[in-house]
Structures are given as structure tokens and as C-alpha cells.
Design a protein around this ligand. Sequence first.
Ligand code: NAD
Length: 270
Amino acid sequence: MWDRDLLSGQVALVTGASSGIGRACAEALARAGARVAVNHLPAETAEARSLVGSIRDAGGEAIPVVADVSTEDQVRSMFAEVVGAFGTLHILVNNAGIQSDAAFTDMTLDQWRKVIEINLTGQFLCAREAVREFLRRGPQPEVSKALGKIVCMSSVHQTIPWAGHANYAASKGGLALLMQTIAQEFASHRIRVNAIAPGAIRTPINRDAWSSEEAAEELLALIPYGRIGEPGDIADAVCWLVSDLSDYVTGTTLYVDGGMTLYPGFRENG
Ligand code: NAD
């Protein structure tokens, strides 16, 4: 666990923070000293309030901010609210995401659009507002060496094709080049943009894959490290990636996957 000095004086926004990986990131960033805006959908107000309460009880600072990340005016209002409350923003964790799975021939246009709109367009809208705010505020070298930091929550499926999940894999594959392009465009401004590609992490998005013993066993066959990941595994990596400890890292994807992308099927020579 990181100590409070790691991110003290910094403001972070985590999208989709009321559950799973986003929740763990918000908690970890607050423990590392950042003031945290907890983005959530209207239906998850109770969960977001309880997270904000637990961060405050632990001595941290947090506020809930409601917005659907795929809606431009809601994203703009959310950023205005965060800057209004905390003065600026230093860290964006672009985390909100969904799955809507179907065999390719059965996938509806609505399913395709919804996943692309939240997982890809949502990350574009939030990253654009974040970069605008970093540029508006200007350098604060006493707070961080970088002007601002963005972490895009991707997936091992930016690399591994995934039958039955064409919309999701396409959204994460697109995200890889969106992340690198923003990183390239703003590196000279000292804005760092990176992605984390989680493997199988125990959260509500993939409950079916780990909740029964049989499913968990099948999943473990894909993970050389021999355990399913926990949201904290991702949160710790996020804290490092947004801190000055990784100041020379930009445009990179950090795979946090227990070796899932090591082609475990080839372990015994394929
Ligand atoms: P989760 O379902 O617990 O969290 C997703 C969060 O996004 C929820 O809080 C949900 O309310 C929020 N969200 C959905 N649509 C939104 C919208 N339009 N606006 C704002 N918030 C919205 O699942 P998770 O596993 O914590 O997923 C977080 C991220 O991690 C996603 O981008 C997912 O693709 C990625 N990921 C997860 C895994 C895994 O194994 N759990 C693996 C790879 C990548």
C-alpha cells in the first residue's frame, strides 16, 4: 500500500467508481493522498455515497459526481463540478465500461453501439475534458512533475480476440490507439497517457466467469500465475502509473493479468 505522500495535493477523477475496479482505484488513490471525485450513474448513487463516506471516515477527501460518460454535456458538467469543488484536476482514471455479449451473428446494432459509446467514446469525452483542464491550469511542479496523467482502463482483449464479444474487443482495441495517439499529441506538454490491461479480475462485470467452482477452474486454466485477480491488483498499478515514480512512462499499456497474455495454451508446446 502506498503512503499519503505519493499523491498528496493532487485531484483525481475515477469514472465508473461505484463498483469493482473503479471503486478500488478511488479508495487507493485517496489512501495515497489524492482528493477523489467518484463518478457514478444515477442508479448507483447509494453505492457512490457509501464509498465517499468510507473514504472520508479514513481521513481522505472525496465527492460523488454523477454523469453518464457517453453523454457529452454530462461529461462537461461533471468536469466543471470537479474543478469547482477541488480547483483543478491532475489525474483521470478512465475506467467506466460495460459488456453486452452476443454471438456475432446475433449481436444487435444497439449492443454494438452501446458498448462502443461507453467504452470508447466515453473515454474520448473524458480524456478530452481532462487534457483541456491540464492545459488551462498549467504546470504545478510542486504537486507533480507531469502536467496531468490519464489512465485508460483497457483489457487483455485489446490484444486477445474474444469470440462472442466483438463489440467489447473492438472497443478495447480502439482504445489502445486512442491512448497512444493522445500520449503522442501531448507528451511535449508533459501530459502522460497510459493504459492498464487487466486480465480476469473478480468484479460484477464477469461474475459468471468466477462465481461457480467449475467456471473458476476453467478461468484458472488461462492464468499462468494461478489465481484470479482482485480489484486491488489494478488499483496498486494505477497509483504507480499516476505518480511521479513513473514519470518517464507514457503511451504504454501495462498488462496486469497474471500472465494471461503469455499464451498459456503453449505451455506444453501447444
Ligand atoms: P464493474 O461492472 O464492477 O464496473 C463498471 C462500472 O462502470 C460500474 O460502476 C458501472 O456503473 C459504470 N458504468 C457503466 N456505464 C457507465 C456510464 N455510461 N457512465 C458512467 N459509469 C458507467 O466492472 P469492472 O470489472 O470494475 O470494470 C471496470 C473496467 O475494467 C471496465 O472498463 C472493464 O472493461 C475493465 N476490465 C475489467 C476486467 C475484469 O476482469 N473485471 C478485465 C479487463 C478490463
